[in-house]
Design a protein around this ligand. Structure first.
Ligand SMILES: [Zn+2]
Length: 370
């Protein structure tokens, strides 16, 4: 029997309809059902492609190239695949991930049509770095990349944590093809597209972030970075782009939008006096006095509330968990949170402060600035 190219004996083409692919990805939690890797291939479990009459999502799944190879070599059986399809890794752990990025030797980001060059932090929002570089502990590369991508509901949708891409499994569709990764949702279409091609810097080509009162949008790779209030129409947003911001290295910060969220809790001078009399001093890793803890509130030197302490956990006034409160310090023992979000640790805090680092990394900058 002569088969036409790319078709099986039942004349079924390798082409899989978009809606069928989408269903398969969704059922699998958007990653390899065995390991949660986001770079995947479509697999007919049983019947195999050659015997299949149709692309039936209930009989198909997605596997990464490595796990696919194990199935082909029968190291993993079809029963293993069925079991993994029932209980996919991505849904179990709540995210899918991959090491997408090869080594970074330059401190360069591309954000729409803007380039940051020789800058440690590309963008921070409300005092929290969103895109930054960190010195690598691995000798093979100079730097590693960290990014936090918020979605339209002010909650994170994806991270790059020291070159590891982590996409949180929510209601969005997550697709990884080669060096390009996209996240889309039904209402807004594509809300994140990033790529890293042929030694190029990381390029954020699409972004739709909303955080507290601000939105940050990159429409496409030729678009400036647009920002403004969440209630402003997209046409009214301010933008910056079409240029390169060059800095002096890891300590340089390119764009800082919005200050640290704070709240007035009475006459500022009275609050400062009361804090000084009855509060507990907050000290950073250099021993500098940055603010106070008074009645469970974190108070800055201007007498505004910038956070709350509950059971030794420190929250920003927007309700985000930031660090632990430990004996006048705001510290966290790890460089990431439980869901994989990378934490920016100031370089000067990483070096030569080993005794202080035993307590944890100093995150007081999230409440009081650098
Ligand atoms: Zn896998």
């Amino acid at each position: 029997m002569i088969q036409s190219k790319g078709k099986n004996k039942h004349d079924l083409s390798r082409y899989i309809r978009t809606d069928v692919k989408e269903q398969i990805r969704k059922d699998a939690g958007f990653g390899c059902v065995f390991c949660g890797c986001v770079l995947v291939e479509y697999e007919h479990i049983e019947p195999e492609f050659n015997d299949a009459l149709e692309h039936d999502p209930t009989k198909m799944t997605i596997l990464c190239p490595m796990c696919h190879d194990k199935v082909t070599k029968k190291i993993l059986s079809k029963n293993h695949v069925w079991a993994a399809k029932e209980n996919p890794k991505g849904l179990e752990q709540g995210y899918v991930n991959d090491m997408l990025f090869s080594k970074a030797d330059e401190l360069e980001f591309l954000l729409g049509n803007m380039r940051t060059s020789n800058m440690g932090i590309a963008i921070s929002l409300y005092g929290k770095p969103l895109f930054w570089f960190e010195e690598s502990v691995n000798e093979e590369e100079a730097y590693t990349i960290c990014c936090i991508f918020y979605g339209k509901d002010s909650s994170p949708i994806a991270y790059i944590n020291r070159n590891e891409y982590i996409a949180l499994v929510k209601n969005q569709d997550i697709v990884s093809v080669g060096a390009r990764l996209t996240i889309s949702d039904k209402t807004n279409g594509c809300i994140l597209e990033i790529s890293r091609e042929g030694g190029e810097p990381l390029h954020i080509k699409k972004l739709y972030t909303q955080l507290y009162g601000t939105k940050l949008i990159i429409k496409d790779e030729n678009s400036p970075v647009l920002f403004g209030g969440i209630n402003d129409s997209d046409e009214k947003l301010a933008g910056f782009g079409s240029f390169t911001l060059a800095g002096q290295g890891l300590e340089s910060k390119a764009v800082a939008l919005g200050g640290i969220p704070s709240r007035k809790v009475g006459n500022k001078l009275t609050v400062v006096i009361n804090s000084a009399l009855y509060g507990r001093e907050i000290i950073n890793s250099f021993g500098h006095h940055k603010g106070w803890l008074l009645n469970g509130n974190l108070i800055n030197l201007s007498g505004e509330q910038v956070g709350t302490i509950r059971d030794r956990d420190a929250y920003s006034i927007t309700g985000e968990f930031v660090s632990y409160y430990n004996n006048g310090r705001l510290v966290y023992p790890y460089k990431q949170y439980n869901d994989g979000e990378p934490i920016f640790v100031p370089t000067n805090c990483q070096k030569g402060h080993s005794i202080r680092v035993q307590q944890g990394h100093d995150l007081s900058y999230r409440f009081f600035g650098f």
